[in-house]
Structures are given as structure tokens and as C-alpha cells.
Design a protein around this ligand. Structure first.
Ligand code: F6P
Length: 327
């Protein structure tokens, strides 16, 4: 039987994502509404181990819904990967009488949470916050929508130069293990080819597509490459392709961390608000070891184990469409 929850802590962990602040706000305000005491943990699991845990109230989360990054700061903690580190974290939470935690982050964050809750009796509920959108069980993660809007805007700008100079641009977007950002950016910006970690497009195929474009009097091209492309990043692919089609017309742009910052989109603010509200309700209903997600516009609760270990595939239909529309 779960003990009654009176005090909860909230933290962000892993890569920051636009909309994390909106989620923190929703957690604090929903929990306060239900009469809970809420604590903020600074810098994720590192802060938990170091005891950087303080009360947070509704006023503290005013004027943050529109801000990118995370007011709670974030980190990727090596110490929390160790049993000793997790024991210290447990002692810090227990000393303050914290009954439950809400973790906002991605795969690494929930992996840590799952191990922790199996070792120590403090329930955790997760909120998916990562621009990568690579968590099983939720249609979207917080930050994904903003990041693809940012990336598309960047590609639109680069397209002006590509068009003006008749150039071929290789543009690299984030996504080490998943191609959601690359696929959405590529479709939204009308790219000729999209290279994702999940599929193996060869340099030869890229060259064939470019040659077809030339036959159709297509003078410039944009190719989107996911950071985790199986045939190398944008620089590597550009080097090989330009050796065949000519170096003078080829350029590379890596969007990098530009696509992780900035004000969250309306979609991310709404998503984060719903997930924050849903996470507190989950804890109050006695849930633990679950990630709150949204499927078909409904709140769902997915075991951490599934969210972390099950593969969220790219839609084959959307992949097929991207090829047809780029012709
Ligand atoms: O997980 C989010 C993400 O932005 C990935 O897309 C990217 O590969 C990684 O984080 C970069 O991490 P860091 O900011 O630590 O370099």
C-alpha cells in the first residue's frame, strides 16, 4: 500500500528542452492546488545528491511559461549511475521528508528513476522532456515541436542562399539515435533527401537523386542529415558526394544547439501543461515508475521500462511520403 503523499520534489534532467518550464509550472501549481508541499531540485540528479533541494511555490513559477531552457537547471550525472550515489540521493530526499518525485527528462532520466525506485521506496513519475521525441508511449515529447519549428526556420533561411547561388546544402540537425527531428524538418522545409539513423540511404542514392534533379533543371538542393546518420554526419557525407558532383557548389551547415533553445511553441506549452498536471494526478492516484504521455490527445501512463526499452519507430507512411513529395 502506498503511503499518503504530502511532499513532492520536481527536477529536470538530461538535455534541456523548450517547454520544461511550462511543465515545472504545471506541476507546482497542480500540486499546490491539492495541498501538497513542493520542492525544487536544482541540476537534476547531481543536485539531488548534493542536497540542492528547496521549497518552491506558485509565485516562483510565475512568468516562466514562455521561457526556453529550464529554471531548475539540468545535468547528466555520472554519480547517480552508481549505487552509492543513489543512496546519498535517497538520504537527502528522506531527510526532507519527500514522499515522491517528478522527473522531467528523457531516456537517461527515466533509466535512473527506474533503478532508483526499485532500490528505494520513493515513487517517481516521469514527464517526457527531450527535443528528440524518441520516447515510446507518447505521441510527442516536450520540446520537439519547438525544435522542429526552429530548424525549419533555419533551413528556410539557408534555402535563400542555396537558391541564389544554385548550391547544394547539407544541413545537420540533432538526433543521435532517432530521426524524428530530421524527418519533420526535412518534410517541413521541402528537402530533397532526408537521412535518418533508422534507415540506410547510401551516398550513391544521394548522388542519383541529385542527378535526377539536374535533369529536371533543378539548380539547388537541400539535404537534411540527422546527427546520428549511419553514413556519417553532414560534413562526412558532403565530402564524399562533392567529390563526385563538384566541391565549389557544396556547403554544409550544422544547426546544433540553436534548435534546442528559445521560447516554446504553443503546442509545447500546451503539451507541457497537460503532462505536468497529469504527473501530479498520477502520483496522487498511487502510480509510480511510469511516464505520463499523450496518445491521440489522451493522457496515458506508460511504465518507465517500456518508455525506455521499447522502440518508437518512425512512421513508414511518412517516410514513404517524404520520398514522393521531394521528387
Ligand atoms: O537529447 C537531446 C540532444 O539535444 C540530442 O539531440 C543531442 O544528440 C544531444 O542532446 C546533445 O547533448 P549535449 O547538449 O550534451 O551535447
Amino acid at each position: 500500500m502506498n503511503k499518503e503523499i504530502k511532499k513532492i520534489a520536481v527536477f529536470t534532467s538530461g538535455g534541456d528542452a523548450p517547454g520544461m518550464n511550462a511543465a515545472v509550472r504545471a506541476v507546482v501549481r497542480t500540486a499546490t492546488y491539492h495541498g501538497l508541499d513542493v520542492y525544487r531540485i536544482q541540476r537534476g540528479y547531481s543536485g539531488m545528491i548534493d542536497g540542492h533541494i528547496e521549497p518552491i511555490g506558485t509565485k516562483d513559477v510565475g512568468n516562466i511559461i514562455h521561457r526556453g531552457g529550464t529554471i531548475l537547471k539540468t545535468s547528466r550525472s555520472e554519480e547517480f549511475r552508481t549505487k552509492e550515489g543513489r543512496k546519498i540521493a535517497y538520504e537527502k530526499l528522506s531527510a526532507l521528508g519527500i514522499d515522491a518525485c517528478i522527473a522531467i527528462g528523457g531516456n537517461g532520466t527515466f533509466t535512473g528513476a527506474e533503478i532508483f525506485t526499485n532500490e528505494h521506496n520513493i515513487p517517481f513519475v516521469g514527464i517526457p522532456g527531450t527535443i528528440d521525441n524518441d520516447l515510446y508511449g507518447t505521441d510527442n515529447t516536450i520540446g520537439f515541436d519547438t525544435s522542429i519549428n526552429t530548424a525549419i526556420e533555419a533551413v528556410d533561411r539557408i534555402r535563400d542562399t542555396a537558391d541564389s547561388h544554385d548550391r547544394l546544402f547539407f544541413i545537420e540537425v540533432m538526433g543521435r539515435h532517432a530521426g524524428f527531428i530530421a524527418l519533420a524538418t526535412g518534410i517541413g522545409s521541402g528537402a530533397e533527401t532526408i537521412i535518418v539513423p533508422e534507415s540506410k540511404t547510401s551516398e550513391e542514392e544521394i548522388i542519383a537523386t541529385l542527378k535526377k534533379g539536374v535533369e529536371r533543371k533543378k539548380l539547388f538542393s537541400v539535404i537534411i542529415v540527422a546527427e546520428g546518420s549511419p553514413i556519417g554526419g553532414a560534413h562526412k557525407i558532403a565530402e564524399k558526394v562533392s567529390a563526385v558532383i563538384g566541391k565549389d557548389k557544396t556547403r554544409v551547415a550544422v544547426i546544433g544547439h540553436l534548435q534546442r533553445g528559445g521560447a516554446p511553441s504553443a503546442v509545447d506549452r500546451m503539451l507541457a501543461s497537460r503532462l505536468g498536471y497529469g504527473a501530479v494526478n498520477a502520483l496522487l492516484a498511487g502510480q509510480s515508475n511510469v511516464m505520463v504521455g499523450i496518445q491521440d490527445r489522451n493522457i496515458v501512463y506508460i511504465p518507465f521500462h517500456d518508455a525506455i526499452n521499447k522502440k518508437k519507430p518512425l512512421s513508414q507512411d511518412i517516410l514513404d511520403m517524404s520520398v514522393i513529395l521531394s521528387q
